[in-house]
Design a protein around this ligand. Structure first.
Ligand code: BV8
Ligand code: ZN
Length: 231
């Protein structure tokens, strides 16, 4: 950590768990009856935009009640220390890294606080909770969609390219709170390792990445990240 000059961090839903945000594949949340893979798809939205937006509207209402945790703040501190030698790549769409003060963030799965118009394509920041109507509409009359990347959709090109570059050029990668099953994000740690980086995983449980990681720290990121970064 101390000697690393270029640090890349990949975060997943687990870093927000201690803030009270339900993870995708863990317990909790009324949406456990649905699988993210069933709702977070263009097909689901096309079939039932109301149901999909009810899920996002619920998640946005939960996010309005939570705050970043010590893990988010520790990563913002690490960015201060490492400057340009730091990049945060997140799969999360919850906006908590921004609220903790992180600035060098690559949101490879988009942002739940952005909407995109299906008709005029306008992308806007929209923090209304609850939404006035479901599905919400654009001023042009078109139906809005959440500004996130769904399963089967490609990642934002420029952002994904920057994420790959960060993984290729880092000498240390921290992988925090991800089950490492969603691709192409899960390929970033093996990519970093192939290019000679050391990989430290922080997770409550074993993941498909644990075996390959140089160090796998088992425990809550809200406790481990501050220790790792303060020491
Ligand atoms: C694409 C935004 C193609 C929406 C999300 C079969 C095999 C391999 C791949 C595929 C396949 N079939 C389909 C695919 C591709 C698919 C995929 O990977 N599917 C998986 C499910 C198999 N991927 C895609 O479709 C991607 N696009 O491939 O496009 C393409 C290519 C070119 C051109 C055109 C098309 C798009 C994927 C993006 C999907 N969008 N989110 C939304 O959020 O609503 S993904 C969604 O899952 C979230 O972003 C989430 O972050 C992500 C991954 O989940 P995790 O973050 O890891 O969270 P999870 O709950 O799973 O795990 C939490 C972890 O935290 C656990 O390990 C837990 O132990 C740990 N934890 C809990 N508490 C703590 C903790 N750790 C530390 N401290 C704690 N306190
Ligand atoms: Zn529009």
């Amino acid at each position: 950590m101390r000697s690393a000059t270029r640090v890349a961090v990949l975060t997943g839903a687990g870093i927000s768990a201690e803030s009270g945000v339900p993870t995708f594949r863990g317990p909790g949340g009324i949406w456990r009856t649905y699988r993210a893979e069933d709702l977070a798809t263009p097909q689901a939205f096309h079939r039932d935009p109301k149901l999909v937006w009810e899920w996002y509207d619920w998640r946005r209402s939960v996010l309005r009640t939570v705050n970043p945790n010590l893990g988010h703040y520790a990563l913002a501190e690490l960015e201060q220390k490492k400057g340009d030698g730091f990049m945060l790549i997140t799969q999360n769409v919850d906006g908590l890294h921004n609220r903790a003060g992180s600035q060098r963030i690559l949101k490879i799965h988009g942002d739940i606080w952005w909407t995109q118009c299906s008709a005029c394509r306008e992308v806007k920041s929209d923090h209304r909770v609850p939404l006035p109507e479901i599905p919400p509409r654009c001023a042009c009359g078109g139906v809005l969609r959440p500004g996130v990347v769904w399963f089967g959709e490609s990642l934002p090109e420029r952002t994904w390219q920057q994420a790959q570059e960060a993984a290729e050029n880092c000498d240390l990668m921290l992988v925090v709170g991800t089950s490492a099953v969603v691709y192409p994000a899960a390929g970033l740690a093996p990519l970093a390792q192939r290019r000679g980086a050391r990989v430290i995983e922080i997770n409550m449980e074993e993941t498909p990445l644990s075996g390959a990681a140089d160090i796998s720290l088992r425990g809550p990121s809200g406790e481990i990240l501050p220790q790792l970064i303060h020491e």
